[in-house]
Design a protein around this ligand. Sequence first.
Ligand code: DGJ
Length: 601
Amino acid sequence: MTLELECRDFLLGLKVILRYSVFADSEAIVRSVELVNEGKEVLYLERILSACVDMDWENGDLLTLCGSWARERHMMRRPLAFGKQLVSSSRGESGHQDHPFLAVMKQGTGQEQGEVWAMHFVYSGNFIAEAEVSQFDSLRILMGINPEGFEWVLNPGESFTAPEVVCVYSDQGLGKMTHTFHDLYRNHLIRSPYLHKNRPILINNWEATYFDFNTQKLLEIAREAGKRGIEMLVMDDGWFGKRSMDEGYLGDWKVNEEKLPGGLPFLVEQVNKLGLSFGIWFEPEMVSPNSELYRAHPDWAMQLPGREPTQSRAQYVLDLSRPEVVDYVYESVAAVLRSAPISYVKWDMNRQMTDVGSGFLGREHQGELFHRYVLGVYELQERLNREFPELLLENCASGGARFDPGMLYYSPQIWCSDDTDAVERLSIQEGTALLYPLGAIGAHVSDCPNHIVGRITPFETRGHVAMAGTFGYELDITKLTEGEKRQIEGQVALYHQFAPLIREGDYYRIASWGENHRYDCWQVVAKDKSEALVTYVQVLAEPNCHSRRICLKGLLPEAKYQVEETGKVYTGALLMYGGLLLPRMEGDFQSKMIHLMLFTE
Ligand code: DGJ
């Protein structure tokens, strides 16, 4: 249900429609703004935010999510000080560095107690999120498209709709805020048919081979993976043009038959015969200078007149404000998907924007390019979903640089980070799961020493951490020991047992390694309280520590729960207020999963 408030500036001839959408099953309010030029003059929009809330304020904190490549969405809590505090992106994507989210909370707010006001932007481009403490003990929080580099020409009769902001209030701390976001996104944002289904357990060849693969290598991986219960092979970057490094051919979406003789139809058929479905990687929004596409259409790259655009990862960004570019990109991706039974696409985007100029938009409209680009991406993904409704789409942007609710509308899962180290992932996934349901978080078990940080962690721990996400593998299975392959079989069975609970349940934070520097713990409880799954990671072993007391959350206090592993039965109240004693484990990076079920005598 949406309340629309119409406001008019008669001098400008401007109508402003403020929209407040509410849902019967949610406490969130979704706010957006539309501007209509009802006058006779052209209007130039230089700043159009989507939500702004003023409130009385004394002491409290600001919570944001920040980081970098391979360190995305770490929680950052700081006291709110007088003046403006701002997070933003002007990189053309929501970004690795800041996330389009902020929360302000009263002093002393924790997981279960305290008041929180949060905003999250349903948008995938430049944004600002700002909190301003000012005179008279007042606070203003606001969110919208970043005004830097933005100007929109609104001709008479035209309208402009600014993207939605999800506003959430919680009087029971961050935990309730998290539940509100998770439920809203599951019930009202993600529309993929996969939303309530187990996602296929996939194996992606990126960390296994990087660019160095061919049909034979992929089939070796698929064969071994199939034997262990893995359900899908995903072929990552390097299958097209003559790409053997990240140096060229983006835009030339034709199979490299030297690597893959017989092309996709042959490869996909062979993979299917091994019992696996097939997925493929694209980076559709980009063009390499060294590509047929760029040689034919150098003007399709974003650029400033008379200047050579800056390369990043040896590539340029396509100007998606041009309808013919959107059509070309769509057709080249769709042609590949039509050529073979492909079940999954990983849609990547590996550079930020510079040289933000368009030879298509006139001089007056250059300030529209950032936003028109985002609309171009949405148009592409809309078309893809329409023509291939059964396709499982996973968005990705150099890891997690475009993990936002805007992209989540089009793809039920998003690759969370290129950092697949189990310990690094604890903080990345904690920050991500603050807002996003676990079923949306792309997470894989990868090889050790980890390719990003060089850390060696037990295979079991890597599995437990990846299970707080979509779950899959990103390693050369043919090089694993028989013991590790057997562990994969066990993890596959665990995933099948717990995926529905992890995907649909309520998520609770019990301990944060980022805060205590020793251990991490989270829990998922079924909506009907019939079962719960606790994951505990002992990051660093401690001396003279016999056991750790973990107080569970979200159970029925009067009910009895049985721990699957030990058979012991406890009341919910005892588990929540007395706690479960976990014996100390030997060594760093150890983990444990504890499954509890309602017990009836
Ligand atoms: C960045 C992604 O995050 C990786 O998983 C991989 O797909 C590479 N791009 C490929 O270039």
